[in-house]
Design a protein around this ligand. Structure first.
Ligand code: ZN
Length: 160
């Protein structure tokens, strides 16, 4: 396993460092429909995710607002920010699909071009696979998303 660099800039690339330095969507939401928090004791990472839903097309709920708050290493902060950036406007089904695609990417599954274009700038996080101990960091905000979606399904879709 490669050792972790003291200065990760060169290694992780511009997209990750940009989101690490200027994380998006950190402001907490009032009246969130979905909230979940995940903690990784290994490196002290914490991800808190909030989603507010709307029913723009009258049928399926879509994500209108996202708050993703991450504490810990550069990777979890970049991953949470990229996740938040990519969730806005998606339906819950699309969010679940994106989460599965991102897992596939981080697990090194071969993805067709259409899947890669769906992932967009999230593909920048693939570099983290070179540091297996950090894969959990990249996935933690997505674990929070999946937990939030599961809770919502148990409770039933709000708003109706
Ligand atoms: Zn971490």
């Amino acid at each position: 396993m490669a050792s972790l660099p003291d200065n990760p800039d060169a290694l992780y690339g511009d997209v990750i460092m940009d989101h690490y330095r200027s994380p998006r969507h950190r402001a907490p939401l009032v009246n969130a429909d979905i909230e979940a928090e995940e903690f990784n004791p290994f490196c002290g990472d914490r991800a808190t995710l909030q989603l507010r839903l709307g029913h723009a097309d009258g049928t399926s709920a879509s994500i209108q607002d996202v708050s993703a708050l991450a504490e810990g290493c550069s990777i979890i902060q970049a991953s949470a920010s990229l996740l938040a950036d990519n969730l806005q406007g998606r339906t819950l089904e699309q969010a679940a699909d994106l989460s599965q695609l991102f897992r596939d990417l981080m697990q090194g599954k071969p993805l067709p071009a259409v899947a890669l274009s769906e992932l967009g700038d999230l593909e920048a996080l693939e570099v983290v696979r070179q540091y297996p101990v950090r894969i959990k960091c990249a996935l933690l905000p997505w674990v929070a998303l999946e937990e939030g979606l599961r809770r919502l399904n148990r409770r039933g879709t709000p708003g109706g």
